[in-house]
Design a protein around this ligand. Structure first.
Ligand SMILES: [Zn+2]
Ligand SMILES: [Zn+2]
Length: 108
C-alpha cells in the first residue's frame, strides 16, 4: 500500500464550510473555528480565559490617562499607576509643592 499523503475534504463543525485537511482528526477549518467551537462547548472556562485576556487588554488601554499638568498646563500621559498624577514631571511637582508652601508661609 502506498502511503501517499492525501488531503481530505471535511466540513467544519463550527462554520460548516468545506475545507481540505491532511489529518482525519481535523474537525474545524481553522484554529479560530476550533477555539470558537470549544468556547461554545466548554463555555465558562474558555470564555473566562478569553474574557480575562480581553479585560487585560481593555484595562491596558483604559489605564492611559490624558492629563494636563496642574503646574505648567502641558498635556501628559499617565498610566494606571500614575492615574492620580497631577503634574507632568518631578520638576512641576516640586514647583507646585514649593508654591503651596510659599503660600502657606505668606498666609502666616
Ligand atoms: Zn470553520
Ligand atoms: Zn508640568
Amino acid at each position: 500500500m502506498a502511503t501517499r499523503k492525501t488531503s481530505y475534504t471535511y466540513y467544519c463543525l463550527h462554520c460548516h464550510r468545506s475545507y481540505r485537511a491532511k489529518s482525519s482528526r481535523s474537525q474545524y477549518c481553522s484554529g479560530a473555528c476550533r477555539a470558537k467551537a470549544s468556547r461554545a462547548a466548554h463555555g465558562a472556562i474558555v470564555d473566562d480565559q478569553a474574557a480575562a485576556s480581553e479585560r487585560r487588554n481593555a484595562t491596558k488601554s483604559a489605564q492611559r490617562f490624558e492629563r494636563v499638568c496642574s503646574q505648567c498646563g502641558e498635556p501628559f500621559t499617565a498610566n494606571g499607576k500614575q492615574g492620580k498624577r497631577l503634574y507632568c514631571g518631578d520638576k512641576c511637582k516640586k514647583r507646585a509643592y514649593l508654591a503651596a508652601h510659599r503660600t502657606e508661609k505668606e498666609l502666616r
